[in-house]
Write a protein that binds this ligand. Structure first.
Ligand code: SAH
Length: 373
């Protein structure tokens, strides 16, 4: 780790004010301490956590088991409003909802809810902007402003789950089943916070939402040490590796961090993740016309995956969502079909991902939240 040609852009430390303290940032004991300072009984901690994680509410009016006179103060102390809705855009007859949120310091992030017949997936952000600088990704063009806090990440989930439950999303009342860290940011570059949020997603109520870890997907450009750390957490989340090219020559260009961790190193780490967790890894592959969509690259990808074993991986090609100002566009459908056919013929399970929300700039790689600041 001495001479690295790429400077990973880390969030500037210390210089920014922190988001207001939130229940999701704190352990149970820390919540009790905060409450004690205000003169409230320890049992209020569990009551507030139940309202938040089970009833999905931060509305004092609904907390009828708390003394009316104390509700406002309790909510202010542990459930401050961290995300203010700025704009909501819908597509697919209301089944795709993109939300733009303003944070306490005036910056913005986006999240996207996608409703399918038997599941509802929320795509969340882990950072304001992103430091990974992938040239085909809108967020990558913004640079990194700051990391989100646990509370800011968990609130994206709580608000989406509450909207679904309240029947505010087309299709009637429903439940949030899946979470993907595929919004703005590189989750593994905000590791500790992202893990804190993941723990809240999977912890049983009232310490968390009680979701299944396998339904939480952490998507990464391939920060190898962080992938190994994630594998050792003992939380069987799904790992997605944004590969986009099977050869270093091209991946160096598409994923700048490839100059630090090469294709083979990223794939080895992904395989170790599978070995440690038993969870099949997803390989993300945005198909970019005449860039990475050649048949030989599909075959090379299949070879590299099979060289490591069988049944440990599947590939998710996705037609590139063009971003403003980019010279790149999606592959020709026939070329895409050939790419997929080659992978399948080699025995690699392959599912083309849909491009939901592209008409509201809510599809993969399009989140930019330009009205920030
Ligand atoms: N930093 C994480 C999460 C980013 S967004 C990562 O890189 O994995 C999730 C996925 O969308 C990644 O696979 C990313 O490469 C992909 N993506 C980015 N821009 C895209 C675009 N314009 N079209 C299609 N997919 C894109």
């Amino acid at each position: 780790m001495t001479s690295t040609p790429v400077t990973l852009q880390m969030a500037p430390r210390g210089r920014r004010p922190k988001p207001p303290r939130h229940l999701a940032d704190l352990s149970h004991d820390e919540r009790v301490d905060v409450l004690a300072e205000l003169g409230h009984a320890p049992l209020r901690a569990k009551q507030l956590a139940t309202h938040y994680f089970t009833h999905l509410t931060a509305d004092p009016e609904r907390m009828t088991d708390l003394p009316a006179a104390a509700r406002g103060e309790l909510v202010e102390a542990l459930l401050p409003q961290l995300l203010t809705p700025v704009r909501t855009l819908t597509a697919d007859r209301g089944k795709t909802v993109k939300s733009l949120w303003r944070l306490f310091d005036g910056v913005s992030v986006e999240s996207v809810l996608m409703r399918y017949p038997r599941r509802a997936t929320l795509c969340i952000s882990s950072q304001v902007g992103c430091g990974m600088a992938c040239p085909f990704c809108a967020t990558g063009q913004l640079g990194l402003t700051r990391n989100l806090s646990v509370g800011e990440i968990v609130e994206q989930v709580r608000l989406a789950a509450a909207a679904l439950e309240a029947g505010e999303v087309a299709g009637g009342p429903g439940r949030l089943t899946n979470i993907v860290f595929m919004g703005m940011g590189e989750p593994l570059a905000n590791y500790k916070t992202v893990m804190g949020a993941v723990r809240r997603f999977v912890a049983p109520a009232p310490e968390g939402f009680g979701m299944s870890a396998r339904n939480v997907t952490v998507s990464t450009v391939g920060l190898v040490p962080a992938i190994d750390k994630l594998a050792a957490e003992g939380i069987p989340v799904t790992l997605a590796l944004s590969l986009h090219a099977p050869d270093d020559e091209l991946r160096d260009e598409l994923i700048p961090v490839n100059s630090r961790w090469k294709v083979d190193e990223a794939l080895d780490a992904a395989y170790r993740f599978f070995e440690a967790t038993g969870r099949r890894v997803s390989i993300e592959y945005a198909l970019i016309r005449d860039m990475n969509d050649h048949g030989w690259r599909a075959s090379l990808l299949a070879d590299k995956l099979l060289a490591r074993g069988k049944g440990w991986v599947h590939v998710n090609p996705i037609p590139l969502n063009p971003t403003p100002g980019s010279r790149w566009t999606a592959s020709d459908p026939a070329v895409e079909a050939e790419f997929v056919a080659r992978l399948r013929a080699a025995g690699i399970p392959t599912t083309v991902r849909d491009t939901r929300g592209s008409d509201i700039d809510g599809a993969c790689g399009q989140l930019a939240a330009q009205e920030a600041e």
